[in-house]
Design a protein around this ligand. Sequence first.
Ligand code: ADP
Ligand code: ZN
Length: 300
Amino acid sequence: MPVYYGGLEAGGTKMICAVGAGPNDLVAEARLPTTTPAETLAEVIAFFKAQQAAHGPLAGLGIGTFGPLDLDRASPTYGYITATTKPGWSQVDMAGPLGAALGAPVGFDTDVNAAALGEWRWGAAQGLDTFLYLTIGTGIGGGAVVNGKPLHGLLHPEMGHIRIPHDRQADPFAGVCAFHGDCLEGLASGPAIGARWSQPAEQLPPDHPAWALEAQYLGAGVASLICALSPQRVILGGGVMSQAHLFPLVRAEVRRLLNGYVQLPAILTGAIDGYIVPPGLGGRAGVLGAIALGELAAAG
Ligand code: ADP
Ligand code: ZN
C-alpha cells in the first residue's frame, strides 16, 4: 500500500486539505470554508477520516496555518493558534484534536514556513539550505529555512511587519496594518493596494502607477530581508505576485537599494532573474508544503 500524508493549509477564509505523497501524487483535495473553529475542525477531520477509510492510515499530517502560533514544543499550548485577530479563533488547539482524531504524528508550522518547505522539497528552493519565501496576498508573510531548518526563533518571524521607508508626500496613504499602519504589509499587501487606489489590485492595469510604487515597497522589504538573512534565493508568491510584470521591477529595485554592496553574482548581474523568483509550485506551495511537513513529522 502506498504511503500517504495529509496536508492542511489553514487560512482565514478557507481550509485547503490534501492527501498524497507529492505534487504528482495527490489522491484527494478539498477546500472547506473557515467558519467557527468547532465546525471547521470537524469538517477537516471528516475529510481526512474519509480519506483514511479509502486509502489507509496517514503516515503523518502537516498543518501550515495562519497565526500567530505557539511552536514551542515545551509549551502547554503547543500547536495552538494564539492571540489572532480573526474573531473566534484565539487560543484554538489545532494540532491536538487533529492528531488525536487521525492517529497520526503532526507537523505544525506557519503557513509561510510550510510553503517554504514545499518549495524546498519540490519547488524553487530544492538543494538550498537558506532561503526566503515571502507571500504578498491578503497579508504579507515570510517563511524561511536557515541552515537547513525552518526558522522559528522566539515565536516565529513576522516579516510582513518590518518597517520600510514611507514618503508621505509621494504616497499619503496611511497604510492598513491594524498594529503599525504603514509597515510593509500595511503599505504593500493586496488590501493596501486596493484601498490606496480605490479598486481591487487585480483590476489595475499593468501600466498603472500602483505597480511602480508596489515594486518600490517590495524592493525595500526584500533588500532588508536579504541583508538580515542572507538567503540563497528569494521566492515571492501570493495573489499580488501573479502580476508577473512586478518581478523585473522588484529585482531592479533590490539591486538599486543594495547598490553593489552584497557582492554576489546572483545579485550583481542578470542572474538576479534566478535569484528572486516565483514559487515553483505556484499557488499550491502552501498545501504541498503541509504535506512535506507531514512527511517530516512521520520521519520523527
Ligand atoms: P490569501 O493571502 O488570502 O491566501 P491571495 O494570496 O490570493 O490569498 O491574496 C489575496 C489578495 O491578493 C487580495 O488582496 C487580492 O486583491 C490580491 N490579488 C489576488 N489576485 C491578484 C492579481 N491577479 N493581481 C493583483 N492582486 C491580486
Ligand atoms: Zn504591521
